[in-house]
Design a protein around this ligand. Structure first.
Ligand SMILES: Cc1cc2nc3c(=O)[nH]c(=O)nc-3n(C[C@H](O)[C@H](O)[C@H](O)COP(=O)(O)O)c2cc1C
Length: 356
């Protein structure tokens, strides 16, 4: 029995966001002293040469990262590194601080190993995040920065929002993600429309002197033809990849009473849908466009399924909440066994291996 399996029932008696805040405070305390950070590293890090991934001009020591939303304000990047993750995507970061939606806005769906959230882009804004990255130093593993617009912004203002956050935070980033797929922010206009995407990418392309790899994050609910249309725009602008997928508005097959809450669904129920989106992008691009796979990853087999479907890296949020601090180590150790079983020398060799 792990320590977390004993702590979890207690943590789960707290409202989900309270437990999350408490967990983050614990991680922040743990990363702040050298002995506690080292203790975490020696308990949770797992290294193996087969896990290394070279992508976006940098090396990921393993392919398992923390998805956007967990560390919106870059408060615990060093602790996440010590817990054995291969990278973290901070954000979504907006130009100014925002409260987000009223609480409660985060719900556990325990029977479904899922969560529903309608946080609504709460965050401290780009200046606080920048100050913190300067004060704490960037972590020793790759850092993704997920950028977004203010909830109140019009279509034109949104373009300027992305430009400003990009300008302020891209110097710290190994890659930047444009998030146009949040299902719980006000949708005054279609953020993922081809015209709007073109306007964003044109603006950011002009801003991107440092050639920071740029990706876009998509949702799991779009029909295949819309996904492929977006992929074509991504290629037209020579973007560096796609993060697939965000949370879902679907409630199909759920059992937990909290399924009636509105917001984005994450965790086990979206695993297959998200893997299907990855597979269709990989097929459409002949595996040429890097994909970060996210949605329902909580085990070696679920991570491996996304890699075989075409993801070069995977991320998770909900799986971390349910599985606890040893999540990355467990998944990475299991991945090495799966690679050996199937005769792959490295994770990179297995990317897209399941596409017929
Ligand atoms: C509480 C919560 C907050 C999130 N906030 C963001 C966010 O700010 N930006 C974003 O791109 N994705 C956000 N996500 C989506 C996750 O990054 C991820 O795409 C989604 O949860 C699916 O992965 P999972 O099944 O491993 O949780 C959030 C997810 C959760 C559960």
């Amino acid at each position: 029995m792990t320590l977390y399996s004993r702590v979890r029932p207690l943590a789960f008696t707290l409202p989900a966001e309270t437990a999350h805040d408490l967990g983050k405070r614990t991680l922040r305390a743990a990363q702040s002293t050298w002995p506690t950070r080292t203790a975490l590293s020696s308990a949770y890090q797992y290294e193996h040469p087969a896990l290394e991934v070279d992508l976006f001009g940098t090396t990921f020591s393993n392919p398992v990262g923390v998805a956007a939303g967990f560390d919106k304000n870059a408060e615990v990047t060093h602790a996440l590194e010590a817990l054995g993750f291969g990278f973290v995507e901070i954000g979504t970061v907006t130009p100014y601080s925002q409260e987000g939606n009223d609480r409660p806005r985060l719900f556990r769906l325990r029977e479904d190993e899922a969560m529903v959230n309608r946080m609504g882009f709460n965050g401290q804004g780009m200046d606080r995040v920048r100050d913190r990255l300067e004060a704490d130093g960037t972590p020793g593993f790759p850092l993704g920065v997920n950028i977004g617009k203010m909830n109140s912004s019009s279509e034109d203002e949104a373009i300027e929002d992305y430009r400003r956050v990009f300008d302020r935070l891209s110097p710290f980033a190994d890659y930047v993600v444009v998030n146009v797929s949040c299902p719980n922010t006000p949708d005054e206009f279609d953020e993922a429309s081809p015209e709007h995407l073109r306007a964003i990418f044109e603006t950011l392309e002009a801003e991107n002197d440092g050639d920071v790899p740029m990706l876009v994050k998509i949702g799991p609910d779009e029909p295949e033809e819309s996904v492929l249309e977006l992929v074509d725009i991504v290629r037209q602008f020579d973007l560096d990849g796609i993060v697939a997928t965000n949370t879902s508005t679907s409630r199909e097959g759920l059992e937990s009473p909290e399924r009636s809450e509105w917001g984005g669904l994450s965790g086990a129920p979206i695993e297959n849908r998200s893997t299907a989106v990855i597979r269709s992008i990989a097929k459409h691009t002949d595996g040429d466009l890097p994909i970060i796979g996210v949605g329902g990853v909580d085990s070696p087999t679920s991570a491996y399924a996304k890699i075989r479907a075409g993801a070069s890296l995977v991320q998770l949020y909900t799986g971390f909440v349910y599985e606890g601090p040893s999540t990355a180590k467990r998944i990475n150790r299991g991945l090495v066994q799966l690679l050996e079983r199937d005769g792959f020398d490295t994770v990179e060799d297995a990317v897209g291996a399941g596409l017929e």
